[in-house]
Design a protein around this ligand. Structure first.
Ligand code: RET
Length: 243
């Protein structure tokens, strides 16, 4: 792993005004700490909830490894590690869809719901990558397509099938579902905002330009760790009922 660099003495200077580098660094530590927390807590849960907490740990762990790479990439090239960013997302966002599916399974969620969410998130991310890395001159167009997929996901979990299942499950599951819905509506909305700061389009005159990576790094910390903690809390509550 690239982190070996850290211990071999070949560490480049971190400019104190390099906020992007700073958030990459803090992000990698936060993701690593969160992974240790989720993994080490696994034993306390019964089988059904262990998988959910395990997935929370996998999400932050995959992110931690990508953050090590992205941090080094940034330090070395002083440009956005867009490729690693999207590889990270294409692995972790579908896992977040798995989290929705797992907590709604008690109410009879079908795999068709899982697949629909996964396909939508892949469409959202692939079109976002096109706009950011492949066709930057058409960033607004690709971002809009990506945004449509995002809104369908929001609709599905807030008002669609996922919502109905959460209501059927009731109690703690419904509460956790509602919090996760807010994460997707508000926490995930930081990403298109970052996208608009980092690309050129009709919006550039309105919101200006800024560090896409700072936005993405803050959003990742909120969403990946926060999401995981909601699932963890739900598992703890369910465990108490059993014991
Ligand atoms: C852990 C990573 C997560 C939760 C990443 C989520 C990413 C998004 C919700 C990205 C959304 C985008 C749009 C809605 C439009 C512009 C392009 C994207 C890909 C930044």
């Amino acid at each position: 792993m690239k982190t070996i660099l850290l211990f071999s003495g070949v560490v480049s200077k971190l400019d104190p005004t390099d906020y992007t580098g700073f958030t990459f660094f803090v992000g990698s530590m936060a993701m690593m700490a969160a992974s240790a927390f989720f993994f080490l807590s696994l034993n306390q849960f019964d089988k059904k909830w262990r998988t959910s907490v395990l997935v929370s740990g996998l999400i932050t762990f995959i992110a931690a490894v990508h953050y090590f790479y992205m941090r080094d990439y940034w330090e070395t090239n002083m440009e956005s590690p867009t490729f690693f960013r999207y590889v990270d997302w294409i692995l972790t966002v579908p896992l977040m869809c798995v989290e929705f599916y797992l907590i709604l399974k008690v109410a009879g969620a079908k795999t068709s719901l899982l697949w629909r969410l996964i396909v939508l998130s892949v469409v959202m991310l692939v079109t976002g990558y096109f706009g950011e890395a492949v066709f930057p001159n058409q960033a607004a167009l690709w971002g809009a397509i990506s945004g449509v997929a995002y809104f369908v996901i929001v609709y599905d979990i807030w008002l669609g099938t996922a919502k109905k299942l959460a209501v059927e499950a009731g109690g703690d599951v419904l509460k956790a579902h509602k919090i996760l819905c807010w994460f997707v509506l508000v926490g995930w909305a930081i990403y298109p905002l970052g996208y608009m700061l980092g690309t050129n389009g009709w919006y550039t005159n309105i919101i200006g330009s800024g560090s896409v990576d700072v936005a993405y790094n803050i959003a990742d910390a909120i969403n990946k760790i926060g999401f995981g903690l909601v699932v963890y809390t739900l598992a703890v509550k369910k465990n108490e009922i059993l014991n």
